[in-house]
Design a protein. Structure first.
Length: 153
């Protein structure tokens, strides 16, 4: 069993609060020292209470699914003897009502484009298998209720 820790920190900093006009900007701190500026999505809470330059939780969820899939894909490709030069995924998430009637991310679509080099390169079936195995192994995709679709480019 593993444990993962993130510290989320927000401070009012003297702003008004009870009128609901306070900043939603905050920091995500990770054990390796990385600090990421977080905020609510401007589509949920309008500016200036949201910071459009910050990462919102919905974007972070999509990025986590994409990153997890990529890391397993790279591991499986390396084990199969393929050399990956570049992996780029323009992932997206869709917010809507789920089967319980609650607002949630209902679908995450991964659109990975992978460049290979070397003598051994995967054919379409091998590439599909790498993505299928990465999807099945991805802890994050296995942890969410949303449908996760993989549409390789």
């Amino acid at each position: 069993m593993s444990e993962y820790v993130a510290t989320v920190e927000w401070s009012r900093d003297g702003q008004s609060f009870s009128d609901n006009h306070y900043s939603r900007a905050h920091d995500w701190r990770f054990d390796g020292g990385a600090v990421v500026r977080g905020s609510s999505a401007p589509s949920s809470v309008p500016e200036p209470m949201s910071d459009p330059a910050a990462v919102d939780p919905e974007e972070a969820l999509v990025a986590a699914v994409s990153s997890c899939h990529m890391l397993f894909f790279l591991a499986f490709a390396a084990k199969a003897g393929f050399v990956v030069d570049r992996y780029r995924d323009e992932a997206s998430g869709v917010m809507g009502r789920d089967d319980r009637g609650r607002m949630s991310i209902t679908r995450v679509t991964l659109r990975p484009a992978v460049d290979f080099s070397g003598e051994r390169r995967p054919d379409a079936a091998a590439l599909d298998d790498l993505h299928h195995r990465a999807h099945d192994a991805c802890y994050i995709a296995n942890s969410i209720r949303a449908e996760v679709a993989v549409e390789p480019r």
